[in-house]
Design a protein around this ligand. Structure first.
Ligand SMILES: [Zn+2]
Length: 378
């Protein structure tokens, strides 16, 4: 994951410029990307050295703006849906990341790289797909943008090219023996899926093949992996290709993610509604993050609010020029929600950025807590 590497970067002397640009749905001519970058960077260009930065820091930022503006051709030639650029000229640091899915266009200056869109784009999702086929079953893994075969199971009779064992059976016996062979083959396939689960884990499992094979095979899955089944699709096993399977899985994965997000939102709202360990709305979430109480943070879409950050102890708020905890001065942030996300991850909490419209949209943000907040805090 690129985000784990990029988040390591900090610099106290020079600002970091973070820029995200979508390529999907934009005309592929240079003028257009160049113009879009100009537009995106304009607010920073106009206010970037407006007094808050030292002369050296302002010079560094000016250089970063020029660097990003100069990337129009490279971004145009990039086949990925979106790109992210992080640059800090004064510290001689530059990162260009091609993203596997679209994000939102944004440019920000800060002491740390702005990671929120990158986190949304790099959501660390792993799906498995098993194709049940009586003679040769296949198991694939999809992890982010990569799709690969994990393994195959070839039916034993095919493997040995030896049908001798069938000869003594009567018609009825042959049928039941053939059934037993298929059962054993599917059991081996189910075992392979379980091995994948033990070795790499996965969020979702999709079942493929002819309808009757899917039904037979799914009965043999280990209960752990059965709980991860998130869909199935019928596929002609004679003409299927990995590309076709991947396409099916990609579509089903989107549906499964939306359903999972909906479940998580429901759980949060139910917990809060029942007076459990949960908070809703930005003010209470700020109190919770400052108390280091967040277990799972859920944010609706690209909900963003300005705020203040204590550069010394990390206290977060909507506003305030000095920190009530340690008395240090604060700095302004364009996206305090992004700061809450990073602070939650710093404390080993989980973060979900909900990508579709949900029941959380009204409150925009909420969290399940590790412990109740003291009365009067939230
Ligand atoms: Zn402080």
């Amino acid at each position: 994951m690129q985000v784990d590497r990029i988040r390591q970067f900090t610099n106290t002397t020079f600002p970091v410029l973070s820029v995200y640009v979508n390529r999907i749905g934009t005309p592929r001519d240079r003028t257009s990307m160049n113009a879009r970058l100009t537009e995106l960077l304009r607010p920073i260009r106009e206010s970037g050295d407006g007094g808050e930065l030292s002369h050296e820091a302002a010079m560094s930022l000016r250089s970063d703006l020029k660097t990003v503006q100069g990337l129009a051709d490279r971004i145009d030639a990039d086949p990925s849906p979106a790109v992210a650029i992080f640059t800090c000229h004064g510290a001689d640091w530059f990162e260009y990341v091609s993203l596997g899915r679209p994000v939102w266009d944004v440019a920000r200056v800060g002491v740390r790289p702005y990671l929120r869109p990158l986190r949304a784009a790099e959501a660390d999702l792993r799906s498995a797909v098993v194709v049940f086929e009586p003679r040769r079953s296949l198991v694939f893994v999809k992890h982010g943008d990569t799709f690969s075969e994990f393994g195959e199971v070839i039916e034993e009779a095919v493997r040995k090219s030896n049908y001798g064992g069938f000869s003594g059976y009567e018609e009825r016996g042959v049928r039941s023996h053939a059934d037993a062979v298929i059962q054993r083959h599917f059991k081996e396939t189910a075992d392979l899926v379980f091995r994948l689960y033990q070795q790499q884990g996965f969020d979702f499992l999709f079942l493929a093949g002819h309808q009757d094979a899917i039904e037979e095979g799914s009965k043999l899955l280990h209960p752990y992996v059965k709980a991860r089944v998130a869909g199935s699709f019928v596929i002609d096993t004679h003409t299927m290709t990995p590309a076709l399977i991947r396409e099916q899985v990609t579509g089903l994965e989107e549906t499964a993610v939306a359903a999972l997000e909906e479940d998580r939102v429901r759980e949060l709202l139910d917990t809060a509604g029942a007076g459990g360990q949960a908070v809703l709305g930005l003010a209470d979430v700020l109190a919770a993050v400052n108390a280091r109480a967040i277990d799972r943070l859920i944010v609706s879409g690209n909900f963003t609010k300005e705020g203040a950050v204590c550069g010394s102890c990390g206290w977060l708020a909507r506003n305030g020029s000095s920190c009530p905890v340690c008395g240090s001065g604060t700095r302004r942030t364009d996206d305090v929600v992004g700061e809450i996300i990073e602070a939650t991850i710093d404390e080993s909490g989980e973060v979900i950025q909900v990508s579709v419209a949900s029941a959380l949209d009204q409150k925009a943000i909420g969290a399940l807590l590790r412990f109740p907040l003291p009365d009067g805090i939230a």
